[in-house]
Write a protein that binds this ligand. Structure first.
Ligand code: HEM
Length: 189
């Protein structure tokens, strides 16, 4: 994990530099960060079972009859960990999103990877999330080193629900890594 963090911060230092702060124009050049966001959304989906579906008419899917009005849940969490689609599916390997560029996107058209859902009920916030997620993460990682609070370690255990949450909240202590003047009023008081 420490090595992935170093790669991301090296990329941020190359693309953004230590004398400026992250802007939207930098985001398309941050390939390593993009791969980390995508891999994180593979393993830790926001909505592990998507939103429930209810067919308006009985229908057949594969060999199964789905009666009208039945509640259908799609186990996207399981599909994202399918060993037939992913090498070492339980491990965090952002590299797979670097080498298969373009294959994995958020369109919902690839049924091995659809963190924003798929079809008519696909997430309505993709355009916003796609911009905001890397921008906020890039800004935080560029501005701060993060140290775990004394005696704590990262633990990725999840708490199940309609949305997935961390079982144990992450507590980090941010440490500035740029010149203090880049932090504006936060550190000037
Ligand atoms: C990391 C960020 C986000 C993720 C991973 C995410 C993921 C999802 C998923 C998996 C669904 C269910 C899709 C399905 O069942 O096929 C969904 C639905 C939805 N999302 Fe998001 N979402 C995110 C951010 C947002 C934001 C920022 C907004 C709004 C500003 C938003 C608005 C919605 C809405 C309105 C729906 C319901 C769509 C419908 O039922 O027709 N989401 N989202």
């Amino acid at each position: 994990m420490a090595e992935i963090m170093r790669k991301i911060q090296d990329e941020l230092d190359d693309v953004v530099g230590k004398n400026s702060t992250v802007e939207e124009l930098h985001i398309p050049k941050l390939h390593c960060l993009d791969a980390v966001v995508k891999e994180n959304l593979r393993l830790h989906l926001v909505a592990p079972l998507l939103l429930p579906r209810h067919p308006s008419k009985s229908c057949y899917v594969a060999r199964y009859t789905i009666p009208e009005g039945a509640q259908v849940l799609v186990n996207a969490w399981g599909i994202h960990r399918d060993p037939e689609a992913w090498d070492n599916p339980l491990e965090f390997h952002p590299e797979s999103f670097l080498t298969k560029n373009g294959k994995w996107d958020y369109s919902g058209n690839n049924f091995h990877y659809f963190p924003f859902g798929t079809g008519r009920r696909i997430c309505a916030g993709i355009p916003l999330a796609k911009r905001l997620l890397p921008y906020v993460l890039a800004s935080l990682l560029h501005l701060f080193e993060r140290r775990f609070a004394d005696g704590t370690e990262i633990d990725m255990l999840e708490k199940t629900g309609i949305t997935l949450k961390k079982m144990i909240p992450l507590v980090v202590v941010p440490k500035p890594r740029l010149l203090l003047e880049k932090y504006g009023y936060w550190f000037c008081g």
